[in-house]
Design a protein around this ligand. Sequence first.
Ligand code: NAG
Ligand code: NAG
Length: 375
Amino acid sequence: MDKPLLKKKSQENKYCRIKFSLLRISVVVNIVLCVFISYEWSVCPYKNSQEPNFPTISGTVTKKPHENDTILLIWLLPSGYVFDSNSCSSRFNIDGCYLTNNKELYSKAHGVLINHRDIKDDLSNLPTKPRPFFQKWIWMNFESPQNTRRLKGLENLFNVTLNYRRDADIVMREQITLKTEDTEDKIFPQVLDKKDKLVCWIVSNWNENFERVKYYNELKKHITISSYGEHFRKILNQKEYKEIMTSCKFYLSFENTAIHYDYMTEKIFNPLNLGSVPVALGAPKYIYDQFVPKDAFIHVDDFSSPQKLAEHLMSLDKNVEEYKKYFQWRKNFQVKLVNYPTEHMCRACQYIRAKKDYQVFVNLNKWYWGAIGSN
Ligand SMILES: *[C@@H]1O[C@H](CO)[C@@H](O)[C@H](O)[C@H]1NC(C)=O
Ligand SMILES: *[C@@H]1O[C@H](CO)[C@@H](O)[C@H](O)[C@H]1NC(C)=O
């Protein structure tokens, strides 16, 4: 009589054991996932050149567009991006814009925003339904031509370009702008005493053939460089990134691409913003001169060798008055960063709302990739 009961009990025990070990496994998996995700979030904002990770925006979502709203359909929305269709008026004072990723609104959308990086090679994830006569497709891209796939079939598809280039229809880029009010400089001279490192570099994408890596290898023979980032197994979170940047006298703003029309990244604008003096390598100096005040940065082209550059940096290290001159521009100018990607979406919508002309953008390939080397 007892036996079946025992059996049942042991079965129950077995069941419980399995249940609890499953529970344990799921707890462990969850913890690992959480750690991984929070790690990703902390690292990603500075991982890529132009495309930081998509921030999660929460807030009220307007269910339906108003009668007179301009509808911008974000065709390919990266996962993890929570949508707020009201963000344009609350964050950028742009009224009458309805942002959505609801593909069912395709036939009503005034604009369709397509990020180049998300297009499949065979274009199979682009809209296939006939395009309403009033609808404009916007080509968005923030990678340099060198790092952008050149796809067949895009030549006569788009109406509007959204890009860092100044000859794009909608221009979005970090900029040095006139100060709007006479606000106190929060960076300088406050940070001057806190600078305990001479030259810093944060780098993840490493390739011995890159010009910047060759230059670095030579430069470090003559001057101490504090190096961080994935390559040096010192990954920084956002807070550490800012602290490091602020505590360095000079920052190596080394691009991995050479000469591209108007291409310049946060590699120069972040140190300018956070109070380090950028040492630029990438495009020739005359291109930088079009965007950054001459007295705000140092360009490697001004030195006949890495050794000569190192000597110059060391002399500035000893001469505080000379070093301070690199901060004079801050009296009148400031760095204006862009809020990727929400600001881009809102500006795109604003453009579509304001500009009602018939408009076709032809020859994307020639425009974007053909311009390498031109100025
Ligand atoms: C939409 O625009 C029309 C024409 O300009 C106007 O008469 C109407 O009141 C507007 N509707 C709303 C809800 O603003
Ligand atoms: C947009 O461009 C396509 C071709 O790329 C064209 O057929 C369409 O009429 C254009 N639409 C508008 C509103 O300009």
